[in-house]
Ligand binder design. Structure first.
Ligand code: AMP
Ligand code: GLY
Length: 441
């Protein structure tokens, strides 16, 4: 069997581990992959944006399944092109990827099918957007509708900040065409949770819940990043809650997509805010989360290749229920100096050996230069610790991160604080994470 993974981050490194476990004898290619995958996959020097090059490679090697990691090639229609060429691919088509690539589309769909989300309005005209801001309460969230590498959502404490964000996006074109259309929405208070589903066009099957930490600094301060760490399973993880999210959030979206003639197949990522009135959608993504994949997949003990093949062939997931391994996982991201505003490259990295039952180091922004492992991007490594308790997983992750060295490295040492340091939670937030403590449960 020949398998191809598209992408080069920690998420794709975790996919490589998972596919190797499920297909010990397969040829696994990663385009372009990263040096951490060497020994697990063969790296192919084709970028994730080069759809024609990827298509030629997959056809020439008779690839049995291509798994697409990042959103950009999905939004550009890679799954459509592979399907037209008769090549099995796991990931939504261009129509499905609009759930992430167009916030305006996702918001309209949620409104049409009654999925709870922040109140919002979409604007193509800066003057109308500024009028809206004048008539609404602070804080407000201003979002570029298109893809902006995770940087397009600006939480604005004041109307003045919202006006600046609108001007930067719509007039200054800070995010290019992605910000020509903006969504302005109500600020939701609560605790975030990432819930992932595998979707076959009709049904959504949940994986483990996870919580990621987007702010660069300790105590959730500083700029938003792609994610500085995550843990799984994350509360609330009880089956009744997950089933409510499946029924009330994932299923209506799948039904609406199928009705529109574009059944959604692939990973569906629901970024939720647990609010006083229940879970509400912050955003949908058309892929797995990064770094969440680095904790969710190692704890998924079921074979994942088989359901991915089923979905890629248009078959049903009926009867498939993934099993979770016992225990906990927590990933600490080590980033380069300057991240998220800039990043350094070419700094030598030293990684000691770790017991694989306790620690797995996932590569993201790394490269080989003159035979040495060096940094090559903002998020460099994800250090996943495993343990019988979340405390143990956290300790292993943090101790391992402290033993890995490269110039300018920074990481957070409070990943998982929602459950490791619950005194920091207010009573409302605590009840949202542990809904069984609410009256009526
Ligand atoms: P997004 O790109 O839409 O995922 O937004 C990035 C981050 O901004 C989210 O993970 C939240 O932390 C925050 N955020 C986005 N929208 C809202 C909202 N309506 N209310 C509160 N926080 C938000
Ligand atoms: N960790 C957030 C994301 O993957 O979008």
């Amino acid at each position: 069997m020949n398998l191809l993974i598209i992408g080069s981050g920690g998420r794709e490194h975790a996919f490589a581990d998972c596919l190797r476990r499920d297909a010990p004898d397969a040829a696994i290619y990663a385009a372009p992959g990263n040096p951490g995958m060497l020994g697990t996959a063969e790296l192919v020097d084709i970028g994730a944006a080069d759809i024609g090059g990827l298509l030629d490679f997959a056809a020439a090697r008779r690839v049995d399944l291509t798994v697409v990691g990042p959103e950009a090639p999905l939004a550009a229609g890679i799954a459509d092109r592979f399907a037209e060429a008769g090549l099995p691919v796991f990931g939504p088509d261009r129509a499905g990827a609009r759930l992430e690539a167009s916030k305006a589309f996702a918001k309209r769909l949620m409104r049409d099918c009654g999925v709870p989300t922040a109140d919002h309005e979409t604007f193509d005209d800066a003057a109308a957007a500024l009028d809206y801001v004048a008539g609404h309460d602070e804080p407000l969230v201003v979002k570029a509708s298109g893809l902006a590498a995770g940087k397009g959502a600006i939480v604005c404490e004041t109307r003045g900040e919202a006006r600046t964000a609108i001007e930067e996006m719509m007039v200054g074109r800070k995010f290019g065409d992605a910000g020509g259309r903006v969504v302005i929405e109500e600020f939701m208070r609560g605790v975030e949770l990432s819930v992932f589903f595998v979707a076959d066009g009709e049904r959504a099957v949940p994986l483990l819940t996870s919580r990621d930490y987007k702010r660069v600094g300790e105590g959730d301060r500083g700029l938003n990043t792609g994610g500085m760490g995550a843990y799984a399973p994350a509360a609330p993880a009880d089956p009744d809650f997950i089933d409510e999210v499946r029924r009330e959030i994932a299923q209506p979206v799948l039904d609406a997509m199928a009705e529109s003639g574009a059944p959604y197949r692939g990973f569906l990522y629901a970024g939720l805010m647990l609010t006083a009135t229940g879970p509400r959608v912050v955003e949908f993504n058309c892929r797995m989360g990064d770094p969440e994949t680095q904790v969710v997949l190692p704890l998924t003990s079921s074979n994942l290749l088989e359901p991915m093949l089923r979905v890629a062939h248009g078959d049903s997931l009926a009867g498939w229920r993934p099993e979770a391994a016992p225990g906990h996982a927590l990933v600490t991201v080590m980033a380069s100096a300057g991240y998220p505003e800039s990043s350094e490259s070419g700094r030598p990295i030293e990684i000691p050996a770790f017991d694989p039952a306790e620690v797995r180091v996932f590569h993201a922004g790394t490269a080989m230069k003159e035979g040495r492992l060096v940094t090559a991007g903002g998020r460099v490594l994800g250090i996943t610790g495993f343990g019988g308790t979340l405390e143990e997983a956290a300790r292993r992750s943090r101790e391992a991160a402290a033993r890995i060295r490269f110039d300018g490295a920074h990481s957070r040492s409070d990943i998982g604080w929602h459950e490791l340091d619950p005194d920091r939670l207010g009573p409302d937030e605590s009840a949202r994470i542990h809904p069984s403590t609410l009256p009526g449960h």
